[in-house]
Design a protein around this ligand. Structure first.
Ligand code: 13P
Length: 254
């Protein structure tokens, strides 16, 4: 049985002061919900402060990016060792990083390896662009993204995958539950071929892209979908709480 997970990707939003306020607003409510891994991923500069605020709670912490070298002359970068000291999860390969910061499959592979080596749990993001979707190339694209991101990795212990179709991110145009379930089922098959049935069955695969309190139930009712990576709606305490609560209730019944 896979424990569902809701992760909030705050992206480049909130000052430290605002991050503190947001955590204070949702900490108690989130802490009271069980049966779901609740992860928040604030900007790097707030990680240490937020960590202190949630340390007595069941809320978990993640970062939004990582560099693959352990230390050295890489001005401005954040290493796996620095993150492992602060948090449990790290988002890797988000489409915004692929698009605006030219992250390639090879770089993402190095980041996943570095994260796993440091004992961090990567939340690996994959997903097709609109034109690829319209050309019926979704399966081909996610297959290639999985191949390159996981190349040479024997046993991805702790890995989580987030299927985030690029056309659904920040657009208000979410995939349907059925569409997301099909692609996530396909992703699980690819993982099964590469790593075997047991690892595939245990692997958590999240959906991401315009998830809101209003459409959460549609996704969580799907058997292959183990939770969500939430952007915009994770910045509103009440909405995020509602997403987590609904997930707990729906997945518990299943
Ligand atoms: P939105 O929920 O704002 O569409 O963002 C999704 C996302 O990119 C999460 O990583």
């Amino acid at each position: 049985m896979r424990v569902p997970m809701i992760a909030g990707n705050w992206k480049m939003n909130t000052t430290v002061t605002e991050a503190v306020a947001l955590v204070n607003e949702m900490r108690r409510g989130l802490d009271e919900i069980d049966n779901v891994d609740k992860v928040i991923c604030p900007p790097f500069v707030s990680l240490a402060t937020v960590r202190e605020l949630i340390k007595e709670s069941s809320i978990k912490l993640g970062a939004q990016n990582i560099y693959f070298e352990e230390k050295g002359a890489y001005t401005g970068e954040i290493s796996p060792l620095m993150l492992a000291d602060l948090c449990e999860f790290v988002i890797i390969g988000h489409s915004e990083r692929r698009q605006y910061f030219n992250e390639t499959g090879e770089m993402i592979n190095k980041k996943v390896r570095a994260a796993l080596r440091a004992g961090l749990k990567p939340i690996l993001c994959i997903g097709e662009r609109l034109e690829e979707n319209e050309a019926g190339r979704t399966e081909e694209v996610v297959t290639e993204q999985l191949r390159s991101s996981l190349a040479g990795i024997d046993y991805p212990s702790g890995l989580i995958i987030a299927y985030e179709p690029v056309w659904a991110i920040g657009t208000g145009r979410a995939a349907t539950g059925k569409q997301a379930n099909e692609t996530i089922g396909f992703i699980r098959q690819i993982i099964s071929q590469k790593y075997g049935k047991k690892i595939a069955q245990d692997l958590r695969i999240l959906y991401g892209g315009s998830v809101t309190a209003d459409n959460t139930a549609e996704f969580m009712q799907q058997l292959e979908i183990d939770g969500a990576l939430v952007g915009g709606a994770s910045l509103k305490a009440n909405e995020f709480l509602s997403i987590v609560k609904q997930t707990s209730e729906i997945k518990q019944v299943r």
